[in-house]
Design a protein around this ligand. Structure first.
Ligand SMILES: Cc1cc2nc3c(=O)[nH]c(=O)nc-3n(C[C@H](O)[C@H](O)[C@H](O)COP(=O)(O)OP(=O)(O)OC[C@H]3O[C@@H](n4cnc5c(N)ncnc54)[C@H](O)[C@@H]3O)c2cc1C
Length: 245
């Protein structure tokens, strides 16, 4: 691949995007997997027979933590978010597959994260017991200006090195974690529930979590897609303290 940098204008974003690109996930996948226990090879015939019983079975599996029936499904998301979100995301090792754009094989595009007006900027209290509160207009302006200036300087340094013939994999060292990246992430309902239990803050959670807002923004978008695909499983997740079974 050529090493010539392209002339691309810098852009700043305060959102993330999540697109469900592929899925094979329905509440019925949980039911046939669970019913093989008692119905054997007839478990598929049982589908759709008694909706109330199906709802009850899913709730029972969730409550009593019979987790494996929630693994027979698949969702693939295309996520676009800052690199610091991906660093947190990829700590989720079990039941997840990832492929991310390469900084070795492609010139990284100048798209950078700047917090939006609604992003709480100020941390109060001590770790494990702190809360976030809104920043003043001056703090918002300072964050925005400082980040933009720093990003521009870094990206110019990156471009200078590329122009001087330095390999992309070396030049990228100057780029910050606020740079946007993109990845495909594939999971199943069980691994997604574990991720949501840790990366969303929700009053229904039996064990509260305090995620960084930006990964929570990704998690919320995934949750909305999954809720549409598997409504009974989603309801049981919420009713049982938002923990993975
Ligand atoms: C609010 C918050 C703050 C965090 N802060 C930090 C931090 O300061 N520093 C830091 O390094 N990380 C931090 N993390 C990341 C955290 O420690 C986990 O790596 C991350 O949440 C993924 O969770 P997990 O290991 O349960 O998920 P997965 O890797 O998907 O694992 C799922 C489950 O499989 C089992 N499992 C997986 N691997 C093993 C194993 N090797 N041995 C035994 N059981 C296993 C466990 O039951 C685990 O819960 C933070 C996470 C959150 C949500």
């Amino acid at each position: 691949m050529p090493d010539t940098p392209s002339e691309t204008s810098v852009s700043f974003r305060s959102d993330v995007t999540v697109e469900l690109v592929k899925h094979n996930a329905a509440d019925s996948d949980v039911l046939w997997a669970a019913r093989v226990s008692t119905a054997g090879e007839q478990s598929l015939d049982e589908l759709g027979k008694d909706p109330e019983r199906s709802k009850g079975l899913i709730n029972y599996l969730m409550r009593d933590r019979h987790g494996s029936p929630f693994e027979h499904n698949s969702m693939t998301f295309l996520v676009s978010a800052p690199i610091f979100v991906f660093r947190e995301f990829m700590r989720h090792r079990v039941g997840w597959s990832y492929n991310e754009e390469s900084g070795r094989y492609r010139e990284l595009q100048p798209v950078f994260y700047v917090p939006g007006e609604d992003r709480k900027l100020v941390q109060q209290g001590r770790p494990g017991k702190y809360e976030f509160v809104h920043g003043s207009p001056e703090q918002h302006a300072a964050v925005s200006e400082t980040m933009r200036a720093s990003y521009l300087e870094s990206y110019e340094a990156y471009q200078r090195m590329l122009k001087d013939g330095v390999a992309r994999e070396v030049a990228r060292a100057v780029l910050p974690v606020g740079l946007f990246s993109s990845m495909y992430a594939t999971c199943n309902a069980r691994s997604l529930m574990h991720f949501l239990s840790l990366r969303t803050k929700d009053d229904r959670a039996a064990v509260p979590s305090f995620p960084q807002r930006e990964i929570e923004m990704v998690a919320e978008r995934m949750e909305a897609e999954w809720a549409r695909l598997m409504p009974l499983t989603y309801a049981a997740f919420n009713a049982n303290g938002r923990q993975a079974p």
